[in-house]
Ligand binder design. Structure first.
Ligand code: FMN
Length: 261
């Protein structure tokens, strides 16, 4: 019952508490997450081609469980099941090469991840080329834009996988991806990513290291430099062909921390 003079809430007008309540309910609904016990859902990962053995008797397998451990010394790892032929080979030679995969290599990547070198010569099967390295006797994959030559420092068995911790002793870079300033520019390399069972072509470049806090003046200078580089005459076709034919002689450039130059 209402008495004369009572304040009556007009339910046709939105009330602040109702709006807030609705907002939090919607947010809760939109942002709902489920928690799984455990899993390997880190993504994207590079489905790297791990080459091992020797140039005379090479083998190559695909591994997504790989990454960088430390900048200086440059340490990396690859985790390989004991049942893999590559595990046996790397234990013997203590060397391997991590080859960065591209979209062009996607079929080879998949093939090297489903066939074993115990049964087939995967370099021939996948139509990829084993090329000699500078510091290790394991071969590199010539068609990969970047190959990291690795020497094993430690092997640790954790369960399903053995982790090969290794030092990167040299990096071979296809000089097609070195820009005018001799810095590594992978924007046109067509890098391949792996996410939870599927392969993806990496999308377009949307920023650079530190870009979120970059000053406007620095941004303007960078844009001007880019413009000038675009306007500069391109290297002659003859030089370009000679350079791309001479991949094994490509200069090894050490990328700065987190890939910056
Ligand atoms: C995308 C992809 C990622 C893979 N990642 C790994 C990995 O990180 N570690 C591993 O032991 N096997 C991995 N494999 C499976 C091996 O590549 C596969 O068993 C291969 O046949 C082993 O070759 P091998 O016997 O010649 O060494 C992966 C396969 C695919 C297709």
């Amino acid at each position: 019952m209402f008495n004369v003079g009572d304040e009556v809430q007009d339910l046709t007008k939105p009330n602040l508490m109702c709006i807030l309540d609705l907002f939090f309910n919607i947010t809760e609904y939109v942002m709902a997450k489920v928690t799984w016990k455990s899993g390997t859902m880190l993504a994207p990962l590079p489905p790297a081609l791990i080459s091992c053995g020797t140039t005379d008797k090479p083998n190559v397998m695909t591994a997504a469980w790989t990454g960088i451990v430390c900048t200086e010394p440059t340490l990396t790892y690859v985790s390989i099941r004991p049942s893999r032929y590559s595990n046996q080979l790397i234990r013997e030679t203590k060397e391997f090469v991590i080859n960065v995969p591209t979209v062009k290599l996607a079929k080879a990547v998949d093939l090297c991840g489903v066939k074993s070198g115990r049964q087939v010569d995967k370099f021939t099967l996948a139509k990829i080329t084993p090329a000699p390295c500078d510091k290790v006797s394991a071969p590199q994959v010539l068609e990969a834009p970047i190959s990291l030559e690795c020497r094993v420092k430690e092997i640790k068995s954790y369960g399903t996988h053995d982790m090969f911790l290794a030092e990167v002793v040299a990096v071979d870079i296809d000089d097609t991806y070195l820009n005018e300033a001799q810095a590594l520019d992978l924007s046109k390399a067509g890098l391949l990513a792996y996410a939870h069972g599927f392969y993806y072509a990496l999308g377009k470049q949307i920023g650079k290291f530190g870009w979120s806090v970059e000053k406007k003046s620095t941004k303007r200078k960078r844009a001007a430099r880019l413009q000038a580089a675009k306007a500069a005459p391109k290297r002659s076709t003859e030089t370009a062909v000679r350079k791309s034919n001479n991949k094994s002689a490509a200069k090894r450039r050490k990328a700065g921390e987190y890939g910056r130059k």
